[in-house]
Design a protein around this ligand. Sequence first.
Ligand SMILES: NC(=O)c1ccc[n+]([C@@H]2O[C@H](COP(=O)([O-])OP(=O)(O)OC[C@H]3O[C@@H](n4cnc5c(N)ncnc54)[C@H](OP(=O)(O)O)[C@@H]3O)[C@@H](O)[C@H]2O)c1
Length: 253
Amino acid sequence: MDLGLKGRVAFVAASSQGLGRSVALELAKEGVHLAICGRTEETLRSTAREAETFGVEVLSLTGDLSSDVDRDRMIQETLNKFQKVDILVTNTGGPPAGKFEDFGKDDWDKATAQLLGSAVGLVKGFLHGMKTQRWGRIVAITSQAVKQPVQNLVLSNAVRASVVGLMKTLSQELGEYNITVNNVMPGYTQTARLDKLIAGNPAFKNVTHEIPLRRFGQPEEFAAAVAFLASERASYITGISLAVDGGWIKNIL
Ligand SMILES: NC(=O)c1ccc[n+]([C@@H]2O[C@H](COP(=O)([O-])OP(=O)(O)OC[C@H]3O[C@@H](n4cnc5c(N)ncnc54)[C@H](OP(=O)(O)O)[C@@H]3O)[C@@H](O)[C@H]2O)c1
C-alpha cells in the first residue's frame, strides 16, 4: 500500500533510539523528511545517518524534551529548516519504575514535565502550521499502561493517562482543520527501555506468558502502526488508541 507520505515533514520526538528511532526510519522509508531528537549526540548521529540512506533530509536536534528552553529551540530550528511540520509524533523516555511510596513531589513533577509537558509544548509549537495548511497528523506514543496498569510503574500508569486525555480532546477540537490525533500504545517491545526494566527485575522476562503472541514486540512492528496512522490512508481515523501489544491488554473493547 502506498501510504501517500512522500515529501511530507515529520518531527519525531525522542528518536535517537528505541521506538522513536524505528518510527523515524519507517517514515524515512516512505520518503518523509525528518526532524529527530534526543539528548545524546552520538546515537542521534547514527540514526540520522541511517535515515539519510533513504534519500530524505534529516535535521538532528540535541536537547531535552522536558526542558521548555531546549524544546522551544528544537521547534524553532525545525521550522527554520522546513517551514512546517505535517506529522508530529510525541514521545519521550519512560519515567523510573517504582511503587507509589517510592516517589516524592519532585518525581511527580519530573514525570509530568517529561510525559505531559513535552507533548503539550510540541503540539503548541507545530499546531499553527498544520491549521493553516489544513492537514496534519499528531500521533502520541504512550503505553499499554493507559488501559491496564503495569505493575511497579505508578508514574507511567498515572501520568500517561493525562496524555491520552489531551490527545482525545485535541481530536475533537482539531478535526475541523483536517488534523487527526491518535494515540498508539506500545506493549512490551524489545528496546533499551525494556532491557533496563528486565535488568531491574529479572522476573519481568516471564511476562511473555501474559502475552497471547508469547513474545516481545519488535520496534519495527510498532513503527508500522504509527506510520499508517500518520499517513494519507488513515484520513478518517481520529481519536483512537491503538494497542500494539501482542494482545496483552485484556479489555474487550
Ligand atoms: N519498550 C517498551 O516495551 C515500552 C512499552 C510501553 C511504553 N514504552 C514507552 O515508550 C517510550 C519510548 O520507549 P523506548 O522503549 O523507545 O525507550 P528507549 O529505548 O529508552 O529510548 C528512548 C529514546 O528517547 C530519548 N529520550 C529519552 N528522554 C528524553 C528527553 N528527555 N529528551 C529527549 N529525548 C529523550 C532517548 O535518547 P537520550 O537518552 O539520548 O535522550 C532515546 O532515543 C517511553 O516513554 C517508554 O516508557 C515503552
